[in-house]
Write a protein that binds this ligand. Sequence first.
Ligand SMILES: Nc1ncnc2c1ncn2[C@@H]1O[C@H](COP(=O)(O)OP(=O)(O)OP(=O)(O)O)[C@@H](O)[C@H]1O
Ligand SMILES: [Mg+2]
Length: 361
Amino acid sequence: MRLDRIQVTHYRNIPQALLEPKDQLTVLWGENGQGKTNLLESIWLLTGGKSFRGSKDQELILRGESFGVIEASFNAQGRDQQLRLTIGGKESPRPGRRAVLNGVDRGRAASVAGIFTAVVFCPEHLRLVKGSPEGRRKFLDVALCQLYPGYLATLRRYTRTMTQKNALLKQYEITPDAGNLLDVFNRSLAQWGEELTLRRMEYLDQLRMVAGANYRDLSGGRENLEIQYLPSFRPGKLYETMTGLRDRELGARCSLAGPHREDMEFILSGQPAKVYASQGQQRSAVLALKLGEAAMAAKVTGEHPVMLLDDVLSELDEGRQSYLLTRMEEKQTFVTTCDPSAFSRTQGALFLVEQGRIREA
Ligand SMILES: Nc1ncnc2c1ncn2[C@@H]1O[C@H](COP(=O)(O)OP(=O)(O)OP(=O)(O)O)[C@@H](O)[C@H]1O
Ligand SMILES: [Mg+2]
């Protein structure tokens, strides 16, 4: 995967910007609030995914304008491709995020998912270690959706049926034939739930090795990272588990077993990271995981995703910074920073971002 050119118009605080990155490292440097993360986010949107800051479409458009455009040329799947993304406000003639790929209107931006691939690290991701299980499940689901198109369809079916089952549990006493209906839901949920958990476990089996190796190198061999999946049922036994939980589910009025109740745990040198990890260790663990996610994608799709690293070096000691700087030069990587001095040791191209404008420094 290689981004050759991106032109951004009326996006966040960027009236207009053009970036023609090199094959390896591009450093976006500037003071706080100048538009570095905005630029990184515009590259991420080429993946067809949602904003990694969870923003609504309207918030992505330069205030006072009704339309934003991101146009990019990149090499993917062995050929040069062009993608034009438009972001329209509610009142505009083309509302929402829409995509034109190689001149063909593809409708919603999400339909181009899997064409331009990227892995993003931003400070919000630090919550992966100490935050709620939901964030960790989402990490796995997002990665798996990108790798296996069928995963998203199964996840949607599972989630929809789960909502129906929970509604039934809330009105169980007043629903005719509730027992049979619950059984129908459980059978479907068991089938899809087994599929989702199996995929997650298979993925994690490999990711754990790659991320573990990354963490060892990042910490100069001093610490190690283990990742464990915490399933809510034994393989092949989800239906039985749900049936066994029937009374408890009726008491709780919600479904108590299946992929939506599962989690993964990070263990740093034998201690649960959730409780004991320091700031730098949390950051290292998430970075090891993100680098692992990219390597896994490269293995499955044959193409290494573009790396987008927002404010990545802070809180890391000299040794960890050096290791990351080396890794950054291996694949096409975009980083943001307020302090370019660490990057002077690299071959990276330096761009200055100032009040939503960008120029080579
Ligand atoms: N829709 C919008 N229209 C205009 N300005 C916006 C819009 N959305 C965000 N901004 C502004 O963009 C500015 C730059 O944001 P950004 O997050 O890119 O800064 P940054 O350079 O990454 O700074 P930091 O170093 O603090 O992370 C913010 O001050 C924000 O108010
Ligand atoms: Mg920023």
